[in-house]
Design a protein around this ligand. Structure first.
Ligand SMILES: [Zn+2]
Length: 391
């Protein structure tokens, strides 16, 4: 191919991406509106739309409202052309969802998980994936991808290099899953997926500079700068749970001392309320129940966790000056018992210049942000490979 025809080829693919994205975001929409909003000429729009219809990614609906003259036919994004699987592998649960191409959840399954070996976890993951695949309605493209979020340091190839709270080191699960299901698999840090999920579906919509804190058994974070996920030089960014807040503190599973997650996480809370107790072990749901009934010792535990959550957030605010920080994962369910202490701690320690103009939010999709982010990434990867495939 000559340089010129190659360039024309690329321009066509880029235009097609523009067209499908506007239909996906703004459907129902007419061909004329697409031309008007994108600046592409009507002939180009029509021929690209014809290809998308032929490929089952776009459908036509009845006429829309017209301001006189012939009523235009409206175009719809065919969100059921295929499905994606999103999974969050956490220390104490594995959540799997099947979504359509717009991120609507078709079916979900939340399995308890505990300190299991890689082999046992793989068995559980495969059963979950098989269950979700079986539940998928018939579609043109079938299941286009499986994305799995895990709490740990993951390299660009999807190898889990270190997941202290899972007790995993140098674990690769991507190849085995791809071989088992013949579907592209992506392994990514769960907090990165959470940030992405919040940006796309949650309270991060329209926010360009956003920090998502995944507050589960451990603490992770996903960083969005100028609208893009910031992954760092090797893809290792966001290990804020292991920032040191007390050099003389207790030892963390990562090897360091006094890491933030030892003071502000589900595990920190559970250790505190269960300390020295002889009765049965209290889980998060039990602790929330006690807090709702105003149990004074549980409420003071929440105050202490909220204080340390605020301390970590001060460091985040001073480092990133974000528009918004979203607290997600299971501890977001404790908003009522944490938010006052978080706010007063931040107010007390923040540099005056910052004037506390970072919005603090608790996720409305607590355990779903990363799982929804996961399935959305699978869908996007599929659409990109469809649009930019080699012909
Ligand atoms: Zn640590």
């Amino acid at each position: 191919m000559t340089q010129t025809t190659w360039n024309q080829h690329l321009v066509k693919k880029e235009n097609k991406a523009i067209v499908i994205n506007i239909i996906k975001e703004q459907s129902p929409i007419s061909r004329a509106e697409i031309a008007q909003k994108t600046g592409l000429n009507k002939g180009t729009v029509s021929s690209l739309v014809a290809e998308l219809i032929e490929d089952h990614l776009v459908t036509e609906s009845g006429p829309g409202v017209s301001s006189g003259g012939r009523r235009p036919v409206l175009l719809l994004f065919n969100q059921v052309a295929g499905y994606s699987i999103g999974i969050t592998l956490e220390v104490n649960y594995i959540l799997g969802i099947l979504t359509d191409f717009q991120g609507n959840i078709i079916i979900e399954k939340n399995d308890p998980h505990s300190q299991q070996s890689v082999e046992e976890t793989m068995k559980q993951l495969k059963e979950l994936i098989a269950y979700l695949i079986k539940a998928a309605p018939h579609s043109s493209y079938g299941i286009v991808g499986i994305s799995i979020g895990a709490p740990g340091i993951i390299n660009k190839d999807g190898d889990i290099l270190l997941a202290p709270n899972l007790g995993w080191k140098d674990v690769s699960i991507k190849g085995e899953l791809e071989a088992a299901f013949l579907i592209p698999v992506l392994i990514e840090n769960e907090a990165n997926l959470g940030a992405y999920g919040e940006k796309k579906f949650g309270s991060g919509q329209g926010i360009e500079n956003l920090i998502y804190i995944s507050m589960g058994i451990g603490v992770g974070s996903g960083i969005i700068i100028n609208g893009e996920l910031y992954k760092g030089n090797n893809g290792f960014s966001g290990e804020l749970g292991h920032m040191t807040i007390d050099t003389n503190g207790p030892k963390c599973r990562c090897g360091n001392k006094g890491c933030w997650e030892l003071y502000a996480s589900e595990k920190a809370l559970l250790n505190k309320v269960n300390k020295g107790k002889k009765q049965h072990y209290l889980h998060l749901d039990d602790v929330l129940e006690l807090a709702r009934s105003s149990d004074p010792s549980v409420l003071s535990s929440f105050d202490e966790i909220g204080h340390y959550l605020g301390i970590g957030m001060i460091n985040i605010i001073h480092t990133f000056n974000p528009e918004k920080i979203i607290i997600g994962n299971r501890m977001a369910n404790a908003q009522t018992f944490l938010e006052d202490q978080v706010e007063s701690t931040i107010k007390k320690h923040i540099l005056p210049l910052y004037q506390f103009n970072t919005e603090i939010a608790f996720s409305r999709l607590p355990i779903h942000s990363s799982t929804l982010g996961a399935s959305a990434i699978s869908t996007e990867n599929f659409l990109n490979s469809y649009l930019f495939k080699q012909e």
